[in-house]
Ligand binder design. Structure first.
Ligand SMILES: [Zn+2]
Length: 50
């Protein structure tokens, strides 16, 4: 299932797995297009202040 849009990801839809280091979560899986959108949003998101 795509973590971005919530639809199923089939093998012919160029699924991409995002290896995140968020600690213990399952790998995120996206459609190729959804991954690009998600990855872009990830970069523009404000850094959490520690
Ligand atoms: Zn998707």
């Amino acid at each position: 299932m795509c973590d971005a849009c919530g639809a199923n990801v089939t093998s012919d839809q160029m699924a991409m797995v995002g290896a995140t280091s968020e600690g213990g979560r399952r790998p995120r899986q996206f459609h190729a297009l959804c991954f690009r959108i998600w990855d872009n949003e990830r970069h523009v998101a404000p850094e959490p202040t520690v």
